[in-house]
Ligand binder design. Structure first.
Ligand code: SAH
Length: 354
């Protein structure tokens, strides 16, 4: 049934009136509406994230920051900032672990969704909210964390055609959205090494992510501190569309119900690493999430929790396995740190991805 108020119908009307929109624009408006509406996380929602699987995840993130802080001789005015904090679970677990080592920083949440802000406020009542990274404090060292944030930002796609590279656009034929190649030449958007790829190859890039990394790298350089990025993605860029949509834990067609499904793309960790390195920051990783959590002692933490709650041993070990196992989240998810070069080298980045 057409619903004139639905995002799908609104976008269809817009395209009919003004012409095709880019996949990136489609992703931007779809996710803005999707996250604004409701909390999509958890077993009853559309997808589940590492901090929602186990408290061990956020605790180890907190210990990782606390370790850096201790080795940097406890700078006093450090600030904790999180991008897209979901339900605030990661922050609550990380802050609890940090507080045990006497690190109790002020907390800043960069979050656009009113529905999720409400949950985050319950999890961490002392947090200050901002709509964008430009509002983060500019005069003190920052500990920044982003788990499954960059995958939700808009991604542009370019396709190799007989006539060179073109942007992937969406048209609408009255029934459905269709992917078409745009009219303008986009050769300059594709790295030189990739330009001779065969017809049909798709190259993805996320200018929105690049902008965030660029600005935060500049701040880290000036203010000191570190940023931890955890997401699914690849260490070496390749070709192909990684755009996907999740609804109730199932993959669905990304072009059917914009605003009602979680749209994501795989994060290009090389793009992020190169940019931060060019800006003079220390880049550690990417490494596999499983290797990073293991290096930080997730097995010991699981054993401790199991001793404290013997009736929950199976759940605790299942959660540990889900986070670490190669066939589960352990390999698909990667961890990358960007830090100030005159700070100590971050822990956990021991096993490089081959
Ligand atoms: N980090 C959380 C949630 C991941 S879901 C976890 O691991 O559980 C993505 C999060 O990013 C949500 O909180 C969503 O509302 C937020 N988000 C998405 N796009 C955003 C944007 N452009 N600016 C700020 N937050 C955004």
């Amino acid at each position: 049934m057409p619903d004139p108020a639905s995002l799908s119908d609104r976008l269809a009307r817009q395209i009919t009136a003004s012409g095709p929109i880019s996949i990136s624009e489609y992703m931007r408006v779809s996710n803005a509406e999707y996250y604004a509406r409701a909390d999509p996380l958890g077993v009853d929602g559309d997808f589940i994230t590492a901090p929602e699987i186990s408290q061990m995840f956020g605790e180890l993130v907190g210990l990782w920051f606390a370790d850096l802080w201790l080795r940097q001789n406890r700078p006093e005015n450090i600030q904790y900032a999180e991008l897209g904090p979901g339900r605030g679970t990661l922050a609550a677990d990380a802050l609890r672990a940090m507080a045990k080592l006497r690190l109790q920083p002020p907390v800043h949440f960069v979050e656009t969704s009113p529905a999720l802000r409400e949950k985050q406020n319950l999890a961490v009542p002392a947090a200050t909210f901002s709509d964008g990274i430009d509002q983060l404090p500019s005069d003190s060292p920052l500990f920044i964390v982003a788990n499954e944030f960059f995958d939700a930002l808009p991604y542009r796609q370019f396709v190799a055609t007989e006539n060179g590279w073109r942007e992937q656009m969406l048209s609408h034929d009255g029934q459905s959205f269709n992917v078409i190649a745009g009219q303008q030449s986009c050769d300059h958007m594709v790295p030189e090494d990739f330009r001779s790829a065969e017809t049909g190859s798709i190259f993805e890039t996320s200018p929105a992510s690049v902008e965030v990394i660029y600005e935060l790298s500049a701040r880290l350089k000036k203010q000191g501190g570190a940023m931890l990025i955890i997401d699914y993605g690849y260490a070496q860029p390749g070709f192909g569309s990684s755009l996907q949509a999740l609804k109730k834990h199932e993959y669905v067609d990304p072009f059917i119900s914009p605003g009602e499904v979680d749209l994501t793309a795989h994060v290009n960790f090389m793009e992020i690493a190169n940019l931060a390195t060019q800006q003079g920051l220390l880049v550690s990783g990417p490494v596999h999430q499983g290797a990073w959590l293991s290096a930080l002692g997730i097995n010991q933490r699981a054993d401790m929790l199991a001793v404290a709650a013997p009736d929950r041993v199976e759940d605790i070990m299942a959660a540990r396995n889900r986070l670490v196992d190669t066939a589960q989240m352990g390999h698909l998810f990667k961890v990358l740190a960007i830090s100030t070069p005159d700070w100590p080298t971050p822990e956990g980045f021991v096993q490089a991805i081959d």
